[in-house]
Each structure stands twice: as C-alpha cells, then as structure tokens.
Design a protein around this ligand. Structure first.
Ligand SMILES: Nc1nc2c(c(=O)[nH]1)N[C@H]1C(S)=C(S)[C@@H](COP(=O)(O)O)O[C@H]1N2
Ligand SMILES: [Mo]
Length: 237
C-alpha cells in the first residue's frame, strides 16, 4: 500500500558514466505544479481513444513548434564527452562512446509526440540506433523485465522491457535531419513513440535492465507507471 520509494536525488555521482558540467537548477515551482496536476487529475477526459481511428489522443491539442520541457538542468553533453552504459541483467554489458554509437546501423522513424502537459506534435522524423539493435547486442537475461533510463541531468524514468523492445523505439541523434539540440536532449535521447513523452529520456547516459520495476523521477511523483496516451494513463490511480 504505502509504496514510497526514495526520491531520486539530482546528483549524478553514483552512476556510471562520465561526469559532465550542469547548467541551471531544478525548477522547483514547475515540479510542484506538475505534482499538483497529478493530484488534481488535470486534463483527464475520461475517454480512451483508438489510434487506428484517431490521430490525436484524448485531452491533447496539436502544436507545430517543439516545446522544451525538463527539470531545468541542462547538462553540457557533447559528442566528445557523451558515453552510454547498458548494464544490469544483460549477458553482454556495453559502454559506448559517440564513435561506437555511430558505427552501429542507423535507422529512421517518423512518430508523433504526446506530452502529458497536453501538447502533441505530429510527424517527427528521428534517426538513431534502434532499441532492438541495442538489445540484440546486449542480450537481456531471461529474468530481465524492466528498464530504467538514467540521464546526465540526474533524471530517471522507467518502462517495461516489452515497451522498450518495440517498433520505432530509438536512441535518437537527429530530428528532422538535424542533430538534436542540447535543449532537446542531444546528442542522444530516447524516443518511445507509444508513450507520453516524459518516458523519452533526454541526455541518456545509462540504460539499466532489472528483474523488478523501479519508478523514476515523475513516476514517484504521481505520474503513471505505463503512460499510454490512448488510455489517458497520465497519473497513477
Ligand atoms: N533527462 C531528462 N529527460 C527528460 C526530461 C528531463 O527533465 N530530463 N523531461 C521529460 C519530459 S516531462 C518531457 S515532456 C520531455 C520533453 O522533451 P523536449 O524538451 O525535447 O520536448 O522530455 C522528458 N525527458
Ligand atoms: Mo512532460
């Protein structure tokens, strides 16, 4: 019943991966507002929708720009200091530099973004390494069922391995043919097109595979563990 895991602290010292300089500070007011939204059930319509019939999930509105949304810390990650660790319950843990990443087959995928703050943006062309390629190389152990993404700003978010091991899931480096900018999580961010965008970790530095689920930054603050926009899985029950 009282499921209160420790709040992730916003330091990166205990995580594998190179330290990078941070710019800015956590926007406490924004965090408090979003925690209030979760308590209020803000933007819930009470209706599910069918992605085969509709394009816009319930309670969403279309935008044509691309808003920047994060905790307020912008890590100074570059292609020179970026590293990625994939560890936990995998047969073949890996540690990549930018060059290692670029040596992998690159795939392209077009998807829509749905943010829990109610904006959606259609037809984003992403390019990068697919989650499936990463899993093929690292080979999750049979008991691995969950994934936690760790980012250079200290952010974390969690998904089921089955949601990571899915079509269109990318470690993305370009958007609309351009390198993803620092504000949007470049040089490498996760894109999970079937889930609300808070699951798509910016500035990813570590992907950890686990047997048991472990909630991330927003998930411990009242946001839904699964986050399917078609089912309006905005908040936890
Ligand atoms: N590392 C990191 N990733 C993050 C966040 C963050 O604060 N830090 N915020 C999440 C949230 S709440 C959203 S809506 C999207 C926003 O991505 P964008 O700024 O590129 O639109 O990033 C997600 N990934
Ligand atoms: Mo968000």
């Amino acid at each position: 019943m009282s499921d209160t895991p420790p709040k992730p602290d916003m330091t990166t010292g205990s995580e594998p991966g190179r330290e990078v300089e941070q710019e800015g500070a956590v926007r406490d007011k924004l965090v408090a507002t979003k925690e209030q939204w979760a308590r209020d059930g803000r933007a819930l319509t009470g209706h599910a929708a069918d992605p085969a019939r509709d394009r816009l999930p319930p309670g969403q509105r279309l935008v044509t720009d691309w808003p920047v949304l994060d905790l307020g810390i912008t890590p100074k990650v570059t292609t020179a200091n970026w590293t990625l660790a994939v560890d936990g319950l995998v047969e073949n843990p890996l540690s990549w530099t930018w060059e290692d990443f670029q040596a992998q087959p690159q795939e392209s995928f077009v998807s829509d973004i749905h943010c829990v703050t109610t904006w959606s943006r259609y037809d984003n062309r992403w390019e990068g390494v697919s989650a499936r390629r990463l899993l093929e190389l690292t080979r999750p152990k049979p008991e691995a069922r969950f994934v936690v993404f760790h980012s250079f700003d200290g952010y974390t978010t969690n998904v089921a391995l089955s949601d990571f091991d899915d079509d269109g899931v990318l470690l993305a480096t370009t958007w609309e043919g351009q390198p993803i900018g620092r504000d949007h999580g470049g040089p490498v961010r996760i894109v999970l097109p079937k889930l609300y965008f808070w699951k798509s970790a910016k500035w990813v530095k570590r992907i950890e595979l686990l047997a048991g689920d472990r909630k991330g930054y927003w998930e411990v603050r009242g946001y839904n563990n699964h986050a399917d926009p078609w089912l309006e899985e905005r908040y936890s029950d």
